[in-house]
Design a protein around this ligand. Structure first.
Ligand SMILES: [Zn+2]
Length: 281
């Protein structure tokens, strides 16, 4: 006996099938490689917990080269009393990683920040927030200083007492492949020292280009697979490292020069008002 679908459900199946085909076709189109995003220039760096000054928290374990490559921030209440406490982005930036990485990491968020060094040059750093209970931002998202990126957790399978593992990297290629890079000051900042030197930076109403897609894909445990592309790889001795986009130097140069081209963006609101008052038009 021939199988006959009633007309209306059948046409519904056809429609669903057609829609599936269309979405399949769309996802098969290769994404245009994007090598940079944008972020607001940082106007200062706060601590990642106890916003903005770290009130109620302390560094349980500090940074050591070739050892602990970040700082462990704990609530002064002890134990797991800080579990679920908010974790904040230390500055304006763009989210470049947000995943449950499992292994010894659990939920990890990495935010990339653009800021101006004392010599006037634009620079970039990555801040990493690890062992989170939850993540509340996603890759590509532009976020502001003090915005919540997640909450303090105990790592995967509750393997630690609750704390925030926090790193600041100068090398934008590190991502989750720390083993490929020197475990030294060449690659990392001492987080608290870095923030203390830049708690307050001159305000500029400026958005700058930020290189992205600089991490190597490597985790077999990754939960999501759609947010990064594989950077070019280069072999130096025994290590294989992704190459930063060639234009990084160009971006730094151009964004640094932009200050001279658009001085009005470097003025404080107060300066702008005074100028307006003294030049009524
Ligand atoms: Zn740690």
């Amino acid at each position: 006996m021939p199988l006959i679908f009633p007309a209306s459900p059948r046409s519904r199946y056809v429609a669903i099938f057609a829609a599936a085909l269309v979405s399949l076709a769309a996802s098969a189109v290769p994404a245009v490689a994007q090598s940079y995003s944008t972020a607001k220039l940082a106007d200062g760096f706060d601590y990642p917990v106890g916003k903005p000054d770290g009130a109620g928290y302390y560094i349980f374990r500090g940074f050591s080269p070739n050892g602990h490559l970040g700082e462990d921030w704990n609530g002064s209440g002890g134990g797991d009393s800080d579990e679920g406490d908010p974790v904040y982005s230390i500055a304006h930036g763009v989210v470049v990683f947000s995943e449950d990485y499992k292994k010894g990491w659990g939920n990890v968020v990495i935010v990339r920040h653009a800021y101006r060094e004392q010599n006037g040059q634009i620079a970039f750093v990555d801040s990493l927030y690890g062992h989170l209970k939850v993540r509340s931002v996603s890759p590509g998202q532009q976020i502001t200083r003090g915005q919540i990126v997640g909450t303090i957790g105990c790592g995967p399978y509750r393997m630690y007492a609750a704390h925030l593992h926090f790193e600041i990297r100068k090398d934008l290629r590190v991502g989750m492949t720390r083993e490929l890079y020197p475990r030294s000051y060449e690659t990392y900042h001492v987080p608290k020292q870095f923030m203390d030197l830049r708690r307050s930076l001159r305000f500029e109403d400026r958005t700058v280009r930020v290189p992205i897609n600089t991490f190597r894909r490597s985790n077999p445990n990754r939960m999501t697979t759609d947010e990064v592309e594989i950077p070019q790889l280069t072999t130096t001795g025994a290590t294989v490292r992704p190459v930063l986009p060639e234009e990084l130097g160009v971006i730094i140069e151009e964004e640094t020069q932009a200050e001279k081209a658009t001085p009005e963006k470097s003025k404080s609101l107060f300066d702008a008002i005074i100028e307006k008052l003294s030049n009524p038009q």
